[in-house]
Design a binder for this molecule. Structure first.
Ligand code: SAH
Length: 457
């Protein structure tokens, strides 16, 4: 290794962690050279082993803690170490919210060059456990029985899981019961190496406001032996079940759902509601996984939109129309655009379900449809975007700058791309008034934000 680096691989060194990365590792610096150490917390003194060195940064392993952060807690989940799903469980919830706020502040300054904007403390959950409304677990076999749980970190070994602390407990119950029922009828688990066997995944979805349950059995084969008996047992044993679905996925892929779905019992959807809006959710629909915080997020978006009933709104990246329908109650007209055709079908169905008639949905890329609308003369008073992690396409940002909606509400699941896009909008004549981070995924490193922008006049 290069002699110019201040540390070498396999060195044991004493460090003090200065920071926490966005993916939950402690950062220590040796002569300015950063080392990322999983499980380290700011302020802690520790002995680490250097396990990898690159040109500009390296990685270490925590060997011994000399001084603990007051925010360090014992991870309450018994499978925390093997799973890797909730990287921040060793940090108190209060500490997590502070770390997420700092993460947002840091990127706003570093990437967005936005020094004087108001960034609010993260809106967290009162009880940050059992929040997820959807569980999808791979199924395997061990000693003749079925196991269902999660892939061990960096491997494809399935670890059996009885409970997941961030799942609504109903989902745990569904997974356990369905696993036992399938075991009783001798259903073979899918073997991904030989591409044999039947049951690949069990998915459970439950309506937070309604308690309705959907069970999805993802199988490799079209045939599901003992189908009728399995369904009868599921219906008898699981309270609240309204829909039992078989999804067939015969491809060699780690994508969970296949193309073909068949209703084995009940409806093809379950219902849930957020605020006053009711949603029909099918097995394939994208639907926010933390319903309690989704309401917080959408209410903030609605507040930032400051609608009076006379506005035309565009909702870009609208998914199944959740934000669009929320806004439609307070706007004159809402146009939603989304790339996935099934999602737009859901969006239209959800508009009908709620008797909302002042919305119009289009399938396509936001960066193509919105410029086309603009050419046709459709403009917005308020424009909402909720893009995937990579942020908004530049063409879309250019169109916003040309179209000049009075307000832009930016909902983002990635603070770094949010900061980048806010900078582009600022340079194009907008001012970022405030940013509200919302904790949609407690104990994971993710943080959602809503930003409010206004056109400089
Ligand atoms: N606003 C919705 C969904 C947000 S997730 C909600 O709150 O539920 C982001 C959405 O953007 C996904 O539904 C994804 O399919 C969609 N998407 C991704 N790229 C897109 C593009 N270029 N144009 C339009 N939609 C896109």
């Amino acid at each position: 290794m290069s002699a110019t680096l201040p540390v070498q691989k396999n060195d044991y060194i004493d460090v003090v962690f200065e920071d926490l990365t966005h993916d939950g590792a402690g950062v220590a610096k040796v002569d300015g050279y950063p080392l990322f150490v999983p499980n380290g917390l700011p302020g802690e003194k520790a002995k680490i082993k250097v396990v990898k060195v690159n040109k500009n940064y390296g990685y270490g392993r925590l060997m011994e803690l000399y001084e603990q952060s007051p925010e360090r807690v014992d991870a309450p989940c018994p499978i925390y170490k093997q799973c890797g799903g909730c990287q921040l469980q060793y940090l108190s919830y209060r500490g997590q919210l502070k770390a997420k706020e700092k993460q947002v502040r840091d990127v706003m300054t570093r990437i967005g060059k936005l020094d004087n904007i108001k960034i609010h403390p993260v809106l967290g959950m009162e009880d940050p456990w059992h929040y997820r409304n959807k569980s999808q677990v791979p199924v395997g076999e061990r000693e003749g029985g079925l196991v269902a749980g999660f892939y061990q970190k960096r491997s494809h070994d399935i670890i059996d899981m009885e409970t997941c602390l961030i799942q609504q407990s109903k989902n745990d119950e569904v997974i356990q019961k369905v696993k036992k029922i399938c075991e009783k009828y001798g259903i073979a688990a899918y073997d991904e190496i030989r591409h044999k066997g039947v049951l690949r995944h069990i998915m459970a979805r439950c309506g937070y406001a309604t308690g309705e349950v959907m069970v999805v059995l993802v199988t490799r084969t079209d045939d599901l032996p003992f189908r009728k008996k399995i369904v009868a047992d599921i219906v008898a044993q699981i309270e609240g079940v309204k829909s039992v679905i078989q999804n067939v996925n015969d491809r060699k892929t780690n994508v969970i759902l296949g193309e073909k779905t068949r209703v084995l019992w009940g409806r093809d959807v379950i219902y849930d509601s957020i605020g006053d809006i009711k949603f029909a959710i099918s097995s394939k629909s994208f639907y926010q996984v933390n319903p309690e915080q989704t309401k917080v997020l959408y209410e903030k978006a609605l507040e930032y939109a400051e609608l009076t009933g006379t506005e035309t709104v565009i909702d870009a990246y609208c998914g199944i129309g959740t934000i669009s329908l929320f806004l439609a109650q307070k706007a004159k007209k809402v146009y939603g655009v989304e790339i996935v055709p099934d999602a737009i079908e859901d969006a239209r169905r959800n508009a009908d379900l709620n008797g909302i008639t002042n919305v119009e949905f289009a399938v396509g890329k936001a960066e193509e449809v919105i410029p086309a609308w603009y050419e046709e003369g459709i403009t917005a008073d308020v424009l909402v975007v909720d893009p995937p992690r990579k942020g908004c396409d530049e063409t879309l940002l250019e169109t916003i700058i040309a179209m000049k909606p009075r307000k832009v509400v930016y909902v983002s699941c990635n603070p770094a791309t949010l900061a980048r896009d806010l900078r582009i909008l600022e340079d194009g004549g907008y001012r970022t008034l405030e940013v509200q981070p919302v904790d949609m995924f407690p104990h994971t490193t993710h943080v959602e934000c809503v930003a409010k922008l206004e056109l400089n006049l």
